[in-house]
Write a protein that binds this ligand. Sequence first.
Ligand SMILES: Cc1ncc(COP(=O)(O)O)c(C=O)c1O
Length: 446
Amino acid sequence: MKNQPTHSPSPEAMDAYWMPFTANRDFKQSPRLIASAKGHHYISNDGRKIYDGFSGLWTTGIGHCHPKIVEAVQKQVGELDLCMGFQLGHNKAFELADKLTNLAPEGFDHAFFANSGSESVDTALKIALGYHRVRGDAGRTRLIGRQRGYHGVNFGGISVGGIAPNRKMFSANLINGVDHLPHTHNLEHAAFSHGQPEWGGHLVAELEHLVALHDASTIAAVIVEPVPGSTGILPPPVGYLERLREICTKHGILLIFDEVITAFGRIGAPFAAQRFGVTPDLITTAKGLTNGVIPMGAVLATDTIYQAFMQGPEQSIELFHGYTYSGHPVAAAAGLATLEVYEQEGSFQQSRELETLFAEAIHQFDDHPTVIDVRNFGLMGAIELAPRSGAPGARGLDAHKHCFWDEDLVIRNGMDILQFSPFLNSKPEDLESMFDAVRRVLDQIS
Ligand SMILES: Cc1ncc(COP(=O)(O)O)c(C=O)c1O
């Protein structure tokens, strides 16, 4: 590969850091290292300007090192670095909760802060279980996720999640009483759909089967990503989410939308709930909450849920849950600055306006010989490559590496699925050049 260095830190020198979701031994042979970032580009250790086609890791929608966020963080860290978050508070956490709930769908009046998407998910599952219990409905303990769902890596999240490699090493220890709805991807019926596939809405009926099997009185909540992202972008079939809401309501089951990716403009609205016109009972967020600058997650809850907990003696803690860094001052400052920039720059509208161009650009690969599916919704897109015989994932990783070394481009591959998460404020010409580069790579690798 063109720019692949002949020497770099030796694998031994890099041994101490056990990298997350990375092929450590392969990576350390020829590490792809980033020294700095600005706007839409990374600068690699070898000084190349690299276009970031994944906006961080679905995180950095308004670009790297946004000056207003940088300034807010720098100011905050010198003013109040940390404040104990249990039985003590600081203004910015309250202010952020206020701004966040104002952006959320009607009725979401409360925010519980965490430090990541995984923590937000486990927090939401606990709130769902606790909600039924505090209302005297403690028999509702079952949780329902969906095949191919990604809800982070904590035990709750992998239990309701549906990605086999993330589960199998821990399978004996996953939490009890979890079922999964079928995923909605189908190459035969829905390959190369533009946006929401027409096929697949009927699959939601499996929830009625689970209710018939277990009885609604045992089921606490269903959790889904409105648009599953990490598994390779599976837009919801037409009517699916609406029907899911109806079935949950009918049976008194809480509906949780995991919006760790889909919130904050990724699909052209503050939240996917608003874009689809479907209102869940709990929403999890992270990533775009601070533009990825400082780790932070949040669970948004309706007033009904919150008020159910606000019972009993006033001096008693209502929810025995929280993190040392819940509502961390520096993260809160980053969150406030981020939400302000979204508003000032009209980021969600910018994202919405780029959708058509993005859809057209990505679907140019529909007839590429190595491609078996192309999917898109909002500014989320996937090109699924045919796996090489006996080497699943190899073609995808090859494409990722060629993009990095030959084309100065970062894209993500999940096995053989190339994933794209462009900036909400992308320049149209940059999107075009990104896909030109991807085409050169796909034409070159076999
Ligand atoms: C839908 C969803 N939920 C949860 C998570 C986990 O977030 P984190 O990696 O911040 O723990 C992710 C991460 O990509 C995600 O996409």
